[in-house]
Design a binder for this molecule. Sequence first.
Ligand code: GAR
Length: 217
Amino acid sequence: MTKPRAAVLISGRGSNMMSLIEAASAPDYPVEIAVVISNRPEAHGLARAQACNIPTRTLDHKAHADRAAFDAALHAVLEEEQADFVCLAGFMRLLTAGFVEKWQGRMINIHPALLPSYKGLHTHERALADGVKIHGATVHFVTPEMDVGPIIMQAAVPVLEGDTPDSLGARVLAQEHVIYPAALRLVAEGRARITEGRVAIDEFEIAPPALVVPPAG
Ligand code: GAR
């Protein structure tokens, strides 16, 4: 039986992409990682995907006149690749509302914070500056407004005494790698249903949709 096809969009090192590729290598995973697309030719994740025999495409945003032109080209590539789902994995580019609407309900993103707190960039620095005691990561459906789409899954980690943005970021990233494959599984199986802007999960069997990680040591 052929599996639905996911395209993973990256801009950099691609560690979340790798977590999706690794999960999808299991025979019972319900979706295939069909292609990795980067808007940056120099993205390290491209070589990592190729080493796993995943086809890659580069769509340099600098070669396009504006956002609309880039998004039209991206949509064409996704159609060509017969993508059923789109996973933004460190894809550091805003998408136009027109593009997002075409993929609504089929495009998901991972964000390094417990949304709706800390939308945007520098989430770990901002969490430390605020002195929050819990931080984390969120997988959500993408809607035209940045970082506000319906939440599928979150993982919370403690903020520890002496944390730096790097140490906190590493703790969060380790959980990103757990929840992103789990969330994509739910979406691909049609078990994450959007109702009135919120996600309801049908019969959850693999892990709780919110993961609270106990402090180390
Ligand atoms: C990840 O922490 C991801 O959550 C974040 O970029 C990093 C990419 O790392 N995404 C965003 O900030 C999107 N707003 P990766 O390339 O190793 O997956």
